[in-house]
Design a protein around this ligand. Structure first.
Ligand SMILES: Nc1ncnc2c1ncn2[C@@H]1O[C@H](COP(=O)(O)OP(=O)(O)O)[C@@H](O)[C@H]1O
Ligand SMILES: [Mg+2]
Length: 289
């Protein structure tokens, strides 16, 4: 397969900074907002976003004497399909308002409901595409005093929802699946992120692409993966640590049960859990917490 050129060097200062996790931990005051985004569907966005919420909300984080180290997580599902809300609400229920409230001007009461407060998505989010995302950033700022983390799951398209989420975020992580089109998708994703940085959110930090659903022996995936690592290694999340998720049945099983995969006991779940925990530990460090 022919390798596309790397993203234009025309704006080196605005280019998303490569996998910042190598810079080492920093402490960030206030709420940290992470967006999980890729305009392709089925690549692992909701899976990654849910596991980030489980982890940062206290499930399986290292050293929690008396639970004191648990984070207070707001989860905003900007999905129409509401996969992630369905997973998280099994354990955590839902917040007093839905995710569409973030796209309106009226303030709403912020009522944390536990370790993870789930602002649910759903079909009504499709209507948002017809209005503007101007209020989203303001509403995210309004909930900030109540939470340590805000995690935003996004739909598989470039549009109002994705741009609004990126405009309100500190960090963006992009799960990708390896297929013949994934490298083209990488270029599109980088262009979107550069555009949002230039126009709305210069502080946005691109954490990188996270290879998901890898079939380690698949020849179909080998060439795109080699291509990504060769031409875009700076944009791969956790490259040095080998961060990835392999295809494992335990992942949909865990999501269906509303628990993180590292909580399941099957042997398939053990490897999947270890991979997912490695990603989450690095994510927490990369976000400076
Ligand atoms: N590593 C994995 N192994 C097996 N199935 C996975 C894995 N990651 C995600 N899935 C499943 O693939 C489907 C798509 O994943 P999802 O996270 O919903 O993608 P997206 O949000 O990008 O559309 C879901 O059914 C999910 O359970
Ligand atoms: Mg999804």
């Amino acid at each position: 397969m022919r390798a596309p050129p790397p993203p234009s060097p025309a704006h080196p200062a605005q280019a998303p900074r490569p996998a910042e996790q190598r810079a080492g931990p920093r402490r960030r005051p206030g709420m940290t907002t992470l967006v999980v985004a890729n305009q392709k569907g089925g690549v692992g966005k909701s899976t990654t976003a849910c596991h980030a919420a489980f982890y940062l909300g206290g499930q399986a984080r290292a050293k929690q004497p008396g639970g004191a180290d648990k984070g207070r997580v707001a989860f905003i599902s900007c999905e129409v399909q509401k996969n992630s809300s369905n997973t998280l609400k099994k354990t955590y229920g839902t917040a007093n308002v839905r995710a569409d409230a973030f796209f309106r001007s009226e303030p709403f009461d912020v009522v944390p409901t536990g370790a993870i407060t789930v602002y649910e998505g759903g079909p009504f989010m499709a209507d948002i595409e017809r209005i503007q995302g101007a209020h989203f950033r303001t509403q995210v700022a309004r909930i900030a005093p109540h939470f340590d983390y805000c995690i935003i799951d996004t739909p598989p398209s470039v549009g109002v929802l994705q741009v609004a989420a990126l405009s309100a975020a500190d960090f963006v992580l992009s799960p990708i699946e390896m297929d013949e089109y994934s490298v083209e998708g990488v270029v599109d994703m980088l262009k979107t992120i550069i555009g949002v940085k230039e126009r709305f959110n210069p502080g946005l930090v691109f954490l990188g692409m996270l290879p998901c659903r890898l079939q380690n022996t698949s020849p179909r995936q080998k060439a795109p993966l080699a291509n990504l690592l060769k031409h875009y290694s700076n944009y791969v999340f956790g490259l040095d640590e080998g961060c990835k998720t392999s295809v494992r049945q335990a992942i949909p099983e865990a999501l269906a049960q509303g628990v993180p995969v590292w909580q399941l006991k099957s042997s398939g779940a053990r490897e999947a859990g270890a991979e997912m925990l490695a990603i989450m530990r690095l994510l927490e460090r990369a976000m400076g917490r």
